[in-house]
Design a protein around this ligand. Sequence first.
Ligand SMILES: [Cu+2]
Length: 95
Amino acid sequence: MKGMDMQGMEMKKGDNAKKSAQTKSHNGVGVVKSVDSDKGTISIAHEPVTSMSWPAMTMTFKAKDKAMLEHVKAGAKVEFSFVQSGKDYIVTKIK
Ligand SMILES: [Cu+2]
């Protein structure tokens, strides 16, 4: 086990792949309400997300990478993927 951890640290790509396999990803669709590119956050009025038992609501997500938000504008309908990280929800994909 120790050897595997060390290998993960050396191989960044493998480490990321391992993490994403452990963290459940959820998919949602909704309309962008606002984008804060400085903070790297995005507010989305999303439709129900059954995998989270969420009703439709407007909430703020964090972008995994601020650059992801460069092409996202308020009013746009988006499909996105996110993971839960503690009490934060991190958008990993958006289009
Ligand atoms: Cu929500």
